[in-house]
Design a protein around this ligand. Structure first.
Ligand SMILES: Nc1nc2c(ncn2[C@@H]2O[C@H](COP(=O)(O)OP(=O)(O)OP(=O)(O)O)[C@@H](O)[C@H]2O)c(=O)[nH]1
Ligand SMILES: [Mg+2]
Length: 438
């Protein structure tokens, strides 16, 4: 393990900047910079730190943590410097000049912690999510994962497969016994139950990923329906251009909002119509494509003809909004599963009601679940495991070995969630998405 160093707090002018060194040389580094011995672990002490010429860099608070009782599992020293840019620059240059340490790569501290079994991959990801969290829902979810809920569940699933596997392998090892048809009744019932629960988790993961990545809403409607006006009303600022010229919005204009503690993205789009304008046509195409992948569609229409048209792009659970209610009253279509509401951005009526309705939809779509799969990586691993488990159930009765191999594949896929069967390039990819100093 190499010794690494990087600011652990933002490297901006501030009261204090914390620089962290981690690895076998960290104590020697502290001794070299301070000219004194390493203080007893976990005790904050003041030390003068000097550069190579013997000039004072800073009088800093330092804390040493001895392996394995540190964040990374290595010897760690935290240098709490006065938060000035010249101090930080001098300090880092001097530290690197000693040849005792290297600048840390993104995520390298967490990687050390992972390599030293201080945490599994899901917990490392949770730290990244915790730091990135901007809403309360994101924070709660990251805290859950940091407590190891997902890691524990993944291990439990893996153990169930391994028990089914060892039971089946016993038949192969003792061929004198009567071979069951395929997996034994007990093993296949374990596998069947597991598939059910894995599928349920994939279903639930949609909610978890929406919490982490944001809930997406798209506004659709014919040109001039008032889409950009609605976006601006929700944003409470002039986010998109509004004009009486049909075809004003051509690209997707997206804003982020915090609605009821949830991260929500609202996208305004080009008005839907047949057009000979190449750019507008592209805008319409993009709007329709995005609508399919959005969590909620708001169809906007000022009159019955355009309401009927826009309703064809909506699905159950979506909202049909009658716009410009100051000009005409709505003639509700009363389609099953579609909520309808009338608004006017001109006199600000119905906006609050629409926001309440949106929040209700978000809350149903974001119901927190226990130990959720929060990343595409987790969902992929679970899907691979399901495929392999289904193959194990389908294996021909005379080929118990094949079924066992499928079980092994499933166990390996689930092991990737916690990193127990880590492939180096996967680990590189995950940790490099973290920031430096994490
Ligand atoms: N009376 C009235 N006019 C409105 C209302 N909302 C929007 N408008 C007007 O309708 C026109 C079009 O509004 P936009 O918000 O630009 O409509 P849009 O759907 O974004 O239009 P495109 O970007 O061209 O697709 C503008 O002149 C707005 O001032 C409303 O509630 N009442
Ligand atoms: Mg517009």
């Amino acid at each position: 393990m190499r010794t690494i160093i990087a600011p652990a707090s933002a490297a901006v002018k501030s009261g204090v900047i914390v620089v962290r060194a981690s690895g076998p040389n960290s104590f020697e580094l502290l001794e070299k910079l301070s000219g004194k011995s390493t203080p007893s672990p976990r005790h904050a002490v003041l030390r003068n730190l000097f550069d190579a010429k013997g000039d004072l860099i800073d009088n800093a608070l330092v804390i040493a943590f001895n392996a394995p009782n540190s964040f990374t599992g290595e010897n760690v020293v935290e240098f709490h410097l006065h938060g000035g840019m010249a101090i930080l620059k001098n300090f880092l240059e001097t530290a690197l000049e000693t040849g005792l340490c290297y600048p840390a790569n993104p995520g390298e501290f967490s990687r050390q912690a992972f390599e030293n079994s201080r945490m599994d991959l899901t917990e490392a990801e949770a730290i990244a999510d915790l730091i990135d969290a901007e809403t309360n829902a994101q924070l709660k979810q990251a805290q859950k994962q940091m407590r190891g809920e997902l890691g524990a569940l993944a291990r439990e699933w893996r153990e169930e497969i391994i028990s089914a596997l060892s039971e089946s392998e016993a038949y192969i090892d003792f061929p004198d016994e009567d071979l069951p048809d395929g997996l034994s009744a007990r093993a296949s019932s374990t596998v069947k139950n597991l598939i059910k629960s894995l599928k349920q988790h994939i279903e639930d993961s949609k909610s978890a990923q929406r919490i982490r990545d944001g809930f997406s809403i798209i506004i659709l409607g014919e040109p001039n329906a008032g889409k950009s006006s609605l976006l601006n009303a929700l944003a409470r600022r002039q986010a998109a251009i509004v004009s009486s010229i049909a075809g004003t919005t051509r690209d997707v204009v997206e804003i982020s909002l915090n609605i009821g503690g949830n991260l929500v993205f609202v996208a305004d789009t080009a008005g839907l119509r047949e057009t000979s304008d190449e750019i507008e046509e592209q805008g319409v195409k993009i709007a329709l494509e995005r609508a399919e992948h959005s969590d909620l569609r708001i169809g906007l229409a000022p009159d019955a003809a355009s309401a009927k048209e826009i309703a064809s792009h909506l699905a159950a659970g979506d909202i049909l909004v009658w716009s410009k209610s100051d000009l005409q009253s709505p003639d509700y279509l009363k389609i099953d599963g579609i909520d309808e509401i009338a608004i006017s951005t001109k006199n600000n009526s119905g906006i609050k009601e629409l926001e309440d309705l949106i929040l209700m939809k978000i809350n149903t779509g974001l119901a927190p679940v226990s130990a959720p799969l929060t990343r595409a990586r987790h969902v992929f691993a679970v899907s691979e495991a399901i495929k392999a488990l289904e193959a194990a159930l389908d294996a021909p009765s005379e080929a118990l070995e094949l079924a066992c191999e499928d079980l092994r594949i499933a166990a390996r896929a689930l092991g990737e969630i916690t990193g127990e069967v880590g492939v180096d390039d996967i680990l590189d990819k995950i940790f490099s998405s973290f920031c430096i100093g994490k």
